[in-house]
Design a protein around this ligand. Structure first.
Ligand code: SAM
Length: 394
């Protein structure tokens, strides 16, 4: 049974530095690559990664890598793999091939040859995964410049599907992206958090979970549960571990507020927060952001905090609906919160985000719903001074 793995945590492009930091915090040595971060791991660390990485979408374990220039060679080499040390025959298997700059290019044939090799190892045909199967061993076979790499997903479903977001509003943000936004904004449990455009509540819920020290993967099935190296006792141990960010001494519970003008979105967000186990930590408000108690007037909000939000992007709003005044007003209200507040905004149109007048700097660029999006962060210091001179009408 393999006890050490070459692991690869995959993420949305652009999130690699944040993911590398998370992997480092787990005690591993990260190597950032395009689309993810490689690291050496044992079973415990793989389990910890699936449980605690907030910005990863998959954790892949490398089974084998070999040069390969023909399908016959692939099947022969795949038959040398000790599949019983990796797979459990009761679970369905999904083999997916990709190829680039290689003599072997027929992905369907690659998948068939690897399936043949696995069937030969178990002495019976493998059960191929159907869309309705939940526990599936997902195998990736990647050809690149005539080198074949076979890897196994440590989970059956992507890590960003945390399990709490069963209700969504318009344009929901992926959970890993919400997590990345909070990390890019430097959120800690020692400060307040506000998302005035909360939609289905993803950002506030991820923040509340961070503040409470809850693992992003806490609601998901056991890591490696469908693979041969699963160790139930070890999983219980890993589940029982705690991790805290922010100051260790007991402090007042953080204040986390979320608002939206869409009543349905607020109801969805409350349901999601309930499932996530953080409903008691979030103050939800239904209404326009200008009427949010913390943004309504100076002095109504906690003394220090972070606005973390993705306001309406503009591409889905009806033609002629100009969002510049919304961003301008958001910037003006945010600046009034004072120099102990910061903001991190996920925007599709960076020029629109600049209309806030806040001194924002790009932290990462990635993709969301088929669009390029940029996270911009900054403090209110410069804005507070500028804002007092040129307030927009709101
Ligand atoms: C891009 S979505 C936010 C999605 C959210 N992050 C999630 O994960 O579901 C923008 C949200 O802003 C809300 N919104 C638009 N204009 C608003 C306004 N003037 N005041 C408050 N909310 C507004 C919309 O109802 C929508 O839910």
């Amino acid at each position: 049974m393999p006890s050490k793995f070459e692991a690869f945590a995959a993420c949305q492009p652009g999130l690699e530095p944040l993911l590398a930091r998370e992997i480092e915090n787990l005690g591993a040595t990260p190597r950032s690559l395009a689309g993810g971060v490689a690291f050496g791991a044992d079973v415990r660390l793989v389990m910890q990664s699936c449980l605690w990485l907030g910005t990863a979408s998959h954790v892949m374990l490398r089974v084998v890598e070999f040069p390969c220039r023909a399908l016959g060679e692939l099947e022969r080499k795949a038959k040398c793999i000790l599949w019983k040390e990796w797979l459990r025959p009761q679970f369905a298997i999904d083999v997916r091939a990709t190829t680039r700059a290689s003599r072997v290019f027929h992905t369907g044939a690659i998948e068939e040859r690897v399936q043949n090799a696995i069937s030969a190892a178990f002495g019976k045909p493998i059960r191929e995964a159907k869309p309705e199967d939940e526990d599936v061993a997902r195998l990736s076979v990647r050809f690149h410049h005539d080198v074949c790499t076979i890897s196994l997903d440590a989970m059956s479903t992507p890590l960003h599907r945390r399990g709490y977001r069963l209700e969504t509003a318009k344009a929901p943000l992926r959970e890993d992206l919400a997590h990345a936004l909070l990390l890019a904004g430097g959120y800690t449990k020692d400060e307040a958090l506000l998302d005035p455009f909360c939609g289905s509540g993803t950002i506030a819920i991820e923040a509340a979970a961070m503040a409470r020290g809850l693992a992003p993967g806490r609601l998901r099935p056991p890591a490696l549960g469908h693979l041969a190296m699963f160790d139930a006792e070890l999983w219980m141990e890993v589940r029982a571990e705690t991790r805290q960010q922010g100051s260790p001494e007991a402090s007042a519970p953080p204040r986390i507020a979320a608002g939206d003008r869409d009543a349905g979105a607020i109801e969805a967000a409350k349901g999601n927060a309930e499932r996530a186990g953080v409903r008691d930590m979030i103050e939800f408000t239904h209404g326009a952001f200008t009427a949010h108690p913390w943004l309504e007037g100076p002095g109504n909000a906690p003394a220090r905090g972070l606005i973390a939000t993705n306001p309406p992007f503009g591409v889905r709003v009806p033609k002629g609906n100009n969002l510049a005044p919304l961003y301008q007003t958001l910037g003006h209200r945010a600046a009034r919160l004072g120099e102990h507040w910061r903001a991190v905004i996920l925007a599709h149109d960076v020029r629109l985000a600049r209309r806030t007048g806040l001194p924002l700097q790009a932290r990462f660029t990635t993709r969301h719903g088929g669009l390029a999006v940029t996270a911009l962060a900054g403090t209110m210091v410069a804005a507070a001074k500028a804002g007092s001179e040129s307030a927009p009408k709101d």
